[in-house]
Design a protein around this ligand. Structure first.
Ligand SMILES: [Fe+2]
Ligand SMILES: [Fe+2]
Length: 182
């Protein structure tokens, strides 16, 4: 086991959502309409799973563990990741607003560009973590893999419970959205 296994599992789920959002965006561009429950599920996942649960695990467990090992909070990879989480949150808020307008009859253009901006940013962020930060974390925290993993699970459980949700709920959303163009 490596200390970032749980976070990498989250990334696989988030990547599936990103792929579903790409399909939603191209369907909208082709003039097809997307039913409200699909958009609402994508928003539920992006805000509650990605922002609250996954970013919570990184910010409350992984980053502090790295800081304890001497990685600076200011001016290094941690500060950069925190800044990118903020951007992710803002881009998700933009999707919430443009979905609202779309469902009230506005053209899909703004929703399409908000989804595309979100997809581009999150893909870049996940790649950066997978290829750089997590690789460093696996080395730096190799002597405490089990502790870090257990702490990540505790944060995940706490976050999901505070939203009255389960990981299964978000896995199911991803499965349903993956089937969108079938
Ligand atoms: Fe992150
Ligand atoms: Fe992440």
């Amino acid at each position: 086991m490596s200390p970032t296994d749980s976070l990498r599992r989250d990334h696989l789920l988030i990547e599936k959502m990103i792929n579903a959002l790409k399909i939603v965006s191209s369907m909208l561009r082709e003039g097809k309409s997307i039913p409200s429950p699909i958009l609402k599920q994508a928003i539920d996942f992006s805000i509650n799973f990605t922002n609250t649960c996954h970013h919570g695990k990184e910010e409350e467990s992984l980053f502090p563990a790295l800081e304890k090992k001497g990685m600076p909070k200011q001016g290094g990879p941690i500060a950069r990741m925190l800044y990118e989480h903020e951007i992710t949150t803002n881009l998700a808020s933009a999707i919430v607003a443009s979905t609202e307008s779309y469902l009230h009859g506005s053209e899909a253009d703004r929703l399409v560009s908000d989804i595309d901006n979100y997809v581009e940013h999150v893909e870049m962020h996940l790649a950066k973590e997978n290829q750089r930060l997590f690789v460093m974390a696996d080395m730096i925290l190799s002597d405490q893999s089990l502790d870090v993993d257990q702490e990540l699970e505790v944060v995940e459980k706490t976050k999901l419970e505070s939203m009255n949700q389960s990981r299964h709920h978000y896995e199911k959303i991803v499965d349903e959205l993956e089937a969108i163009n079938k």
